[in-house]
Design a protein around this ligand. Structure first.
Ligand code: SF4
Ligand code: SF4
Length: 308
């Protein structure tokens, strides 16, 4: 059996991936210039890891010496439930409602890469979900998965933007997909809806202003200037995806039960009562653990009108 595009797509879909695309493992010349510009503008805020391993982001052959292709995969996590806007509750971004996607996708990738290796023992690969020094969105664009929306998310014409991206760098050659056109057109819904004006220009997010960054990666106090703009977002923010017409029209419910809503909102009073042990127990397999207990309490206090 030969490892072809068709077979890769078949195996990936059998495992549950929704989108699969292929791109040539070239140096990311223009995209690296854009990334550098974004970092030089300070838009990565304190995510200094974005400044490291630039060579690896630029050229995946510094990760896998014999790299020929990049396979980009998308996994739909959309659940159609809506948030409860009740006072005293903090909203959780949709991607974190269920089990930590890293745990799920790492396992899927391991199985997939083993299957490829069984088909051809010369198959070599290194894969990432979100955490490595690869420009996963850029590869998803180059692999024809979707285009980058003005809110910076990758949008698929088939299912909108509610999907995780995984990336496999491999020594195998495939037929490569064409880059998709940008279908944002004259729409500016995400830019207008962002409550903190974090989309400073189309396709450019200033993390210093983005609720997603401020409530998750950020380790500092949240600037008081945003006090009345958080709309009860406790962990992450979905506003610029919720308003996107591509999501309104094409989002389809995920088939993965792991992403079913467990933590759609959290009770702020209950967060104040958590200690480290309870926090670990409660969020061990949830993406919410990323904010740590101190971050979650800080966020709760920030959005809590009673200011407990
Ligand atoms: S995630 Fe929220 S704060 Fe960040 S750009 Fe989108 S709407 Fe704005
Ligand atoms: S809301 Fe409009 S401009 Fe923003 S990403 Fe969606 S289609 Fe593009």
């Amino acid at each position: 059996m030969k490892l072809t595009n068709k077979l890769v797509i078949e195996k990936a879909k059998e495992l549950g991936f929704d989108l699969v695309g292929f791109s040539r493992a070239e140096q990311l010349v223009d995209e690296s210039v854009q990334l550098k510009k974004w970092i030089d503008s300070g838009y990565n805020s304190k995510m200094s890891y974005m400044e490291r391993n630039f060579e690896k982001r630029f050229d995946v052959s510094t990760i896998l010496p014999n790299a020929k292709s990049v396979i980009s995969l998308g996994l739909n996590y959309y659940s159609e439930e809506k948030h409860n806007e009740e006072k005293g509750l903090g909203k959780i971004s949709r991607y974190a409602w269920g089990k930590d996607y890293h745990l799920i996708i790492w396992e899927m990738l391991e199985i997939l890469e083993e299957e490829f290796l069984e088909i051809d023992s010369s198959f070599e690969s290194i894969s990432y979900v979100d955490t490595g020094p690869v420009m996963d969105k850029v590869w998803a664009i180059r692999s024809g998965i979707g285009w980058q929306g003005k809110n910076s998310n990758i949008i698929s014409r088939e299912m909108g933007s509610w999907f995780f991206i995984a990336t496999i760098i491999t020594n195998f050659e495939f037929e490569y997909n064409e880059i998709k056109s940008d279908f944002c057109g004259s729409c500016t819904a995400c830019i207008e809806a962002c409550p903190t004006n974090a989309i400073v220009e189309p396709y450019v997010i200033d993390s210093n202003k983005c609720i997603s960054y401020l409530t998750i990666e950020n380790k500092d106090e949240i600037n008081i200037e945003f006090k009345n703009n958080f709309q009860n977002w406790l962990f992450g923010c979905d506003i610029c995806q919720d308003v996107c017409p591509w999501n309104k029209k094409f989002a389809t419910k995920t088939s993965r039960i792991d992403f079913r809503p467990i933590n759609k909102e959290l009770n702020l009073a209950e967060i104040y009562a958590l200690d480290e042990e309870k926090f670990k127990e409660e969020f061990e397999t949830s993406p919410i653990k990323r904010a740590k207990l101190t971050g979650l309490k800080r966020n709760a206090k920030f959005i809590d009108c009673s200011g407990t």
